[in-house]
Ligand binder design. Structure first.
Ligand code: TRP
Length: 373
């Protein structure tokens, strides 16, 4: 019996069977025809080629509209509960590719209210983390003219009227069934989904016509967007389309990188020394002794170092395959692979940290509705 897994917006545990999850949620696999349309003769992002972004809702009608000249708006978000780590930026890197590929506008929602309600954090804490997280998002190179950052408590005057219309269409029994709430749940949490729905409708509201929206994000967010999609027609908005990715694994071999496991998580502000230490201790698919590994080879399929290359640091498929082959044949050992990954991460972080500093100069221009941080 495989270990039972659980994927909700607040909790991811166990060994995730992504095919089964897709079935349970009722989302659709991304097939070859869709991949061809997404590449449109150009480069297909490695996260699509490798099935990291693997499942969707209504991508076909969205692309049909795009082909007719009806551009969509991109929307994704982050619940600011701590420092940004590499697992958070993985889907953002993909969002940036979609923005460039289709030349579209983007909304990024920081849900300071959500993390206040669901975690033991003050609004001051979630508010300052929202700012820090925004710097990481901007550092990835989103077009400042085409990208707006929403902070829920700051943009409440624009969000609340739409959230109310959503709220009126969602019953307590739906919220209980979708999210597992019970009588001990605080009432803010029950309302929260409405706030996450709003950016899917804002583009239509702002333009005064039906604007398609595409939300690329982790599949753990699907429960929120099922609710969003259900209420959309009744409010006169198009249902948002979604494209979902798998969770970025942690360095300890688990299925999801998590801030609570600090030593197995690389934060965007980590020093080269910290990266060296964390990757040095990573879980690998190696053998107990060098002799045994030279003879039997290692197992890249379970190796966190290999997964890091697969998810984030080796976009070249042939190089990735070569790495796996050499490992299986015992031609490279874990120490070498770790050194190589440390180098890649540190090169990335050095540049990222520099861009993150520069982001402080543009962040004010990128706020939705011009709110002040
Ligand atoms: N609920 C998300 C989180 O906990 C934050 C979020 C808000 C989000 N809007 C989103 C994530 C849209 C993906 C897409 O991180």
């Amino acid at each position: 019996m495989p270990e039972e897994f659980k994927v909700t917006p607040w909790e991811v545990t166990g060994d995730i069977d992504y095919e089964l999850l897709q079935e349970r949620f009722g989302t659709t696999p991304i097939d070859q025809a869709l991949l061809d349309r997404l590449s449109a003769g150009g480069d297909l992002h490695y996260m699509l080629r490798r099935g990291i972004f693997y499942s969707h809702r209504d991508l076909v009608p969205l692309l049909n509209e795009y082909d007719k000249g009806n551009r969509f708006v991109l929307y994704t978000g982050r619940g600011p509960s701590g420092s940004t780590h590499l697992g958070h930026i993985m889907p953002w890197i993909f969002n940036k590719w979609v923005q460039d590929r289709f030349g579209v506008e983007m909304l990024f929602q920081l849900t300071d209210d959500e993390k206040f309600l669901f975690k033991d954090l003050t609004l001051e804490e979630t508010g300052s983390m929202a700012y820090e997280n925004a710097l990481d998002f901007i550092a990835l190179g989103f077009d400042p003219k085409k990208t707006r950052i929403i902070v829920n408590t700051k943009n409440v005057d624009r969000l609340y009227p739409i959230a109310l219309r959503v709220a009126k269409k969602v019953t307590f029994s739906t919220a209980k069934a979708v999210f597992g709430f019970d009588n001990s749940t605080n009432i803010g949490s029950i309302f929260y989904t409405t706030m996450q729905s709003v950016p899917a409708f804002l583009p239509s509201e702002d333009a005064g016509r039906q604007v398609p929206v595409l939300i690329p994000c982790g599949i753990d967010q699907d429960p929120h967007f099922r609710v969003t999609r259900d209420v959309a027609p009744g409010l006169g908005y198009p249902k948002p389309s979604l494209v979902y990715c798998k969770m970025c694994p942690g360095l300890s071999g688990g299925d999801k990188m998590s801030s609570s496991d600090e030593n197995a998580t690389i934060f965007t502000t980590d020093s080269p020394k910290a990266v060296k230490k964390k990757v040095g201790r990573a879980f690998t698919g190696g053998c107990v002794s060098v002799e045994e590994q030279r003879e039997k080879g290692g197992n890249p399929d379970v190796c966190a170092v290999y997964k890091y290359n697969h998810y984030l640091f080796e976009p070249d498929d042939s190089k990735l395959e070569e790495m796996a082959e050499k490992c299986r044949k015992g031609e490279i050992l874990c120490g070498e692979c770790k050194m190589c990954l440390i180098e890649k991460i540190n090169v990335f972080l050095e540049q990222h940290q520099d861009k993150r500093e520069k982001a402080k100069d543009v962040v004010a221009e990128m706020t939705y509705d011009g709110f002040e941080w």
